[in-house]
Design a protein around this ligand. Structure first.
Ligand SMILES: Cc1ncc(COP(=O)(O)O)c(C=O)c1O
Length: 406
């Protein structure tokens, strides 16, 4: 995929941090520029041509999202990102359930799919259950069965782990949730940008993702839901645009999707996300996945050349997206590795990756009893990366090891 010229931000850079935020191609910036310079106006309210044009572009972006997910536009709610989508769900679902329900999470969740559930469960008197993770970073099948046997009201689960790259078998878990009456919420922040997504085939009830991890701008994301599930959600924010009739005493609410989009939305950002989707579809999500899988396979091979390197996760391209995290042993701190790599123009993430319970899991496995939890270096690939990026990573890791292992 020789597409570097579309990404001016990549010049000379070995960017291996797309799991945190991807780069943005010209095409996305131009779409947003056109909105800001040519037809900027608010949506859904103006009775003039400029506002109609802005409304059409905003709703067209929603249609592009719907096409990308193989669903209907009114089932796609624009939010500020995965975090806001998950907060909306945690608050609305936890508050609408009778107290004393079970909410299930896995030990590989990002804090965005953990803290909102934990806090609203505490607030509403629900109980959390945990699906444990195996030593090779997959969901523990026995633990999954135990948790599902307790018939949780909600299971909130990552499609793809942002640390391990593990691709969880959502379609199979969704079938078991349906038999149970469990609402399945999928954190797809690391899934939708990299894997072809057909929500009805996945079979979940809700799905959340962010634009900035899939070539789009920051500040925009999506909450998708089954129509009947979305209909049953109480509004999360109140304000303009989401109402039908307002009197001094009461308010009726607009139909979906407006009912869940209070206030002026992120219009330019939604249009940018639509352009990002056009770009990804232009390449084909099957091609994106094939490219990342090939890069991961190559990276897993070459990482074996680095002494003392320990991978956290499956190390299996069939069940792993283009994300790989590792440690270089006790003597070499991940932040120091990242600094050495940065001097060579290689951008990676280091630390706990917003997954402290998962880091505790690997601490218990790798350094039991240690005071300092395990922290990891993470390299993540996207459609613009190439094999020479992996080579630069390996050269940098060998140098870091030489410097700090003296
Ligand atoms: C798996 C996962 N969930 C949720 C999030 C939160 O996404 P955002 O910060 O875009 O809201 C991230 C971001 O890294 C993530 O990787």
């Amino acid at each position: 995929m020789p597409i570097q010229e579309d990404f001016p931000g990549l010049q000379g850079l070995c960017y291996l941090d797309s799991a945190a935020s991807s780069q943005t191609p010209h095409q996305v910036v131009r779409a947003m520029e056109s909105y800001y310079l040519e037809y900027r106006a608010n949506v859904h309210r103006g009775a003039y041509a400029l506002s109609s044009r802005a409304t059409d572009a905003y709703e067209e972006a929603r249609q592009k999202v719907a096409g990308f997910l193989a669903t209907q536009p009114e089932q796609c709610i624009f939010t500020r990102g995965t975090t806001e989508s998950l907060n909306l769900l945690a608050q609305s679902l936890c508050r609408s359930l009778p107290p004393g329900q079970r909410i299930a999470l896995s030990a590989m969740e990002h804090h965005s799919n953990l803290v909102p559930w934990q806090q609203w469960a505490l607030h509403q008197g629900h109980q959390l259950d945990w699906i444990e993770v195996t030593a090779d970073g997959k969901l523990d099948p026995d633990s999954l069965t135990q948790v599902l046997d307790r018939k949780p009201a909600v299971l909130a689960l990552a499609w793809v782990s942002n640390v391990l790259g593990t691709i969880n078998p959502i379609a199979e878990i969704a079938r078991r949730c349906r038999d149970n009456g469990t609402i399945l919420v999928v954190d797809a922040a690391q899934g939708v940008p990299h894997l072809e997504t057909k929500v009805n085939e996945l079979g979940c009830d809700f799905l959340a993702f962010s634009g900035h991890k899939m070539l789009g701008p920051t500040g925009i994301g999506v909450l998708w839901g089954r129509a009947e599930r979305l209909e049953a959600l109480p509004p999360y924010h109140y304000g303009g645009s989401m109402v039908g009739m307002v009197t001094r005493q009461k308010t009726t609410f607009a139909p979906l999707p407006q009912r869940l989009e209070a206030g002026t939305p992120a219009i330019g950002d939604a249009i940018g996300l639509g352009a990002a989707i056009d770009y990804l579809r232009g390449h084909g999500m099957d091609q994106v996945r094939a490219h990342e899988k090939a890069l991961l396979t190559y990276a897993l091979q070459r990482l074996q050349e680095v002494p003392d390197l320990q991978i956290a996760g499956p190390a299996d391209p069939e069940h792993q997206s283009g994300v790989v995290s590792f440690s270089l042993g006790k003597k070499v701190h991940p932040h120091d590795v990242a600094t050495v790599l940065d001097r060579r123009g290689v951008c990676v993430r280091a630390g706990h990756h917003c997954c402290q319970p998962l880091m505790q899991h690997f601490t218990d496995l790798w350094t039991p009893g240690a005071r300092a939890p395990v922290s990891l270096v993470r390299a993540s690939f996207y459609l613009y990366n190439q094999r020479h990026d992996v080579d630069r990573l390996i050269d940098g890791l060998l140098e870091a090891r030489k410097v700090f292992n003296r």
